[in-house]
Write a protein that binds this ligand. Structure first.
Ligand SMILES: [Mn+2]
Length: 436
């Protein structure tokens, strides 16, 4: 089965049909997602809200926390019942949980959802997280390999032949866009881009969406970013970097936790950094840690080591702890350093023998290579970090690397181009073609 060139796997079609069997016209459906809904959680809810309305059901969004302002443009009038979420869960005939598969992150709604499930109300779930799945029973469309929950909602509609209105398509596009960091992260699959293409064909305008989601920041958000970035600490020897939100910063800028969204991406963009962390104190005195990783570093695996409250994806995860900022930071940093030290990685240095000006840098690197920077005084050494995909000793990789220097007019002069064979144990083997 194929819609707009996107093939829907048989098991997703079966799951969609199973789910549709509990979604009869006239029923009240409560749509919910995790605390601090993101673009995927909210986009999936809004996408489904339109679909269910069009089919004669009575959907309402009932989230444990208010929808973030930056996604408010997606919400139709009257769609959001989060201010009375417990009541909406209690009177729903069907509950649909999106972008989360367990009760743990449903906040104040967990109790009501469990109670309704116990009373025989179907608790359906559409999600792409790896999770223990502690929800009450009901139909499931769960695929950890999916890019975003919005992709699965698209599959759901496609499998059933349900009409995707332009409003629905726009909401699902926001889910895909935000969960892939603007179609940049490792979860940006060919399929996700095909789904995005199908959504554009439904009338989505990417520039308008970009502007609403990424370029409508209040001045305070940018000033908050500047202050948080001032706290940056980098440990290049293990590839770790972190930032800390000063405890009173949100209050001083009149900002919300949503304004912190994306800040952790900045330390991750530093050459050689494989794990970036953001620490912040949350309302109830807990400390929340956001993790973003590169290459072979698995953020979710590290988050899971901390036990309760941890979870997410290989490249993006979050965990929260009781305790003071200093205590939590100490504990997490020790664990992160240990974790990073246990993974194989290589720092390689290309030695450029002739005509190398200051500012030489890696301009292009193979799939297993993260970043590059010049080091030393006159930039005759260009360092980069490579992460082999297997941990066994003696493994070699040969990433393609191009080193260039930029002149003042913006032109680039290629100094080296070719593959570099690297063996585990920090022993660079001679480049397979001579430098410059
Ligand atoms: Mn998601």
């Amino acid at each position: 089965m194929s819609t707009n060139g996107v093939t829907i796997p048989a098991e997703r079609i079966r799951a969609a049909q199973d789910m549709a069997s509990v979604l009869k016209p006239g029923l009240r459906v409560a749509l919910t997602t995790h605390v601090n809904a993101d673009g995927d959680g909210l986009g999936s809810e809004v996408g489904l809200w339109h679909m269910l309305r069009a089919r004669g059901l009575h959907p309402v969004i009932a989230n444990p926390t208010p929808p973030p302002e930056r996604f408010g443009f997606l919400l139709p009038d009257g769609a959001d019942g989060s201010a009375r979420a417990v009541k909406e869960i209690e009177r729903a005939d069907v509950i649909m949980v999106l972008d989360i598969s367990d009760l743990g992150r449903l906040g104040d709604l967990a109790h009501a959802v469990r109670a309704r499930g116990g009373a025989g109300v179907a608790v359906a779930c559409i999600d792409h997280h790896v999770s223990p799945g502690s929800l009450p029973s009901g139909p499931r469309l769960v695929a950890p390999e999916a890019t975003a929950t919005a992709e699965l909602v698209f599959d759901f509609a496609s499998a059933l032949g349900w009409e995707l209105s332009p409003e629905s398509a726009r909401a699902l596009y926001v889910g895909l866009l935000t969960d892939t960091g603007g179609f940049r992260f490792s979860n940006t699959t060919a399929r996700a881009l095909r789904v995005a293409g199908a959504l554009l064909e439904r009338g989505v305008d990417p520039e308008t969406i970009y502007e609403r989601v990424y370029a409508s920041a209040p001045e305070a958000r940018v000033r908050l970013l500047a202050e948080v970035l001032q706290t940056l600490v980098v440990e290049p020897e293990v590839g770790l970097a972190w930032v800390t939100v000063p405890p009173d910063a949100l209050q001083r800028y009149g900002a919300t936790p949503d304004d912190l969204d994306g800040i952790v991406e900045f330390p991750r963009t530093i050459a050689g950094v494989r794990l970036a962390l953001l620490f912040r104190q949350v309302a109830n005195g807990r400390i929340k840690v956001s993790l973003r990783s590169m290459g072979q570093v698995n953020a979710a695996e590290l988050a899971h080591r901390f036990g309760v409250g941890g979870g997410g994806h290989a490249r993006a995860a979050g965990v929260s702890f009781e305790g003071s900022l200093a205590e939590v930071q100490g504990k997490v940093l020790v664990a992160a350093r240990e974790y990073l030290a246990g993974l194989p990685w290589l720092i390689a240095c290309l030695v450029l023998t002739a005509g190398c000006p200051n500012g030489a840098r890696i301009v292009q690197a193979g799939a297993n290579v993260s970043g590059g920077s010049s080091c030393g005084g006159p930039a005759t050494h260009v360092a980069f970090v490579a992460t082999p995909s297997t941990a066994s000793a003696g493994v070699t990789i040969s990433p393609a690397v191009q080193v260039a220097a930029q002149d003042s007019a913006g032109g680039t002069d290629t100094l080296f181009s070719g593959t570099v064979t690297l063996a585990l144990g920090n022993t660079p083997v001679a480049p397979s073609s001579p430098a410059h």
